[in-house]
Design a protein around this ligand. Structure first.
Ligand SMILES: O=C(CO)[C@H](O)[C@H](O)COP(=O)(O)O
Length: 231
């Protein structure tokens, strides 16, 4: 049986095969993407040439250290694909992302990509989204108003301001994150839109109908690929 960390590494090594010479791709954020960057760094040393748009400062720093060529999204028309992790993957490849706080840039990069390929271990697969608290990125000014509206208007049980090392977590773009404990999220596009309608919300960690492929690793060594059923 493979450990949690070994599964992530194996999924990342498998998914690295999607990256071909000459491509311009998006690269996500997180501990699974860490292994992807390590593998892509090795392939760059072996002569693979590609360019990447990072989805966070963390990814930007590590990719640079590993010799991966980075490009500004403003100098790219469209990305061939983006490889990223997720916190939850439900049927139809509906996603919750943002556990690492990079959801805004991740969503911009995903939306600029022809394909979004998600790397996950089996623990991320759920029947219904919502066990993982939904991250919502907000403007710091008046954030408590957004918190109140998510509870009162959208029926969320608990909305917590994210902290890190005892301090308020601040995203790469200077925003706060509200972690929203909805018990079950059954209509991803509708909830995404309803949250977006609250003034002060910058982005949500719901990725409705955005993922095309999920590469999923299991403790017994299997790696499966699931394709979205959407056209
Ligand atoms: O959305 C993300 C960061 O904002 C990550 O993709 C998500 O949190 C999964 O991370 P990990 O691979 O560490 O479990």
């Amino acid at each position: 049986m493979f450990s949690h960390e070994e599964i992530k590494k194996r999924v990342a090594e498998y998914a690295a095969d999607y990256v071909e010479a000459g491509m311009t791709i998006g690269i996500g954020t997180g501990s699974t993407v860490y292994w992807l960057l390590q593998e892509l760094g090795k392939r760059v040393q072996q002569g693979l040439h590609f360019k990447a748009v990072p989805t966070s400062r963390q990814t930007q720093t590590l990719a640079t250290e590993l010799g991966i060529s980075l490009v500004d999204l403003n100098n790219v028309d469209q990305l061939v694909l983006t490889l990223d992790g997720a916190d939850e993957v439900a049927p139809g490849l509906q996603l919750i992302k943002g556990g690492g706080g990079a959801l805004l840039q991740e969503k911009i990069v995903a939306a600029a990509s022809r394909q979004l390929i998600i790397l996950a271990d089996e623990s991320k697969m759920v029947n219904v989204l919502g066990r993982f608290p939904l991250p919502v990125e907000v403007i710091p000014f008046g954030w408590k108003q957004v918190q109140k509206k998510i509870i009162q208007q959208l029926g969320c049980q608990l909305v917590e301001l994210r902290e890190k090392n005892g301090e308020t977590f601040v995203s790469d773009h200077g925003h706060y994150i509200l972690d929203c404990h909805f018990s079950q999220i059954t209509d991803t596009p509708e909830l995404n839109e309803a949250i977006h309608n609250i003034p002060g919300v910058v982005e949500t960690g719901l990725f409705p109908n955005m993922a095309d492929i999920a590469v999923v690793g299991y403790a017994d060594g299997r790696i499966t690929t699931t394709t979205s059923t959407l056209p």
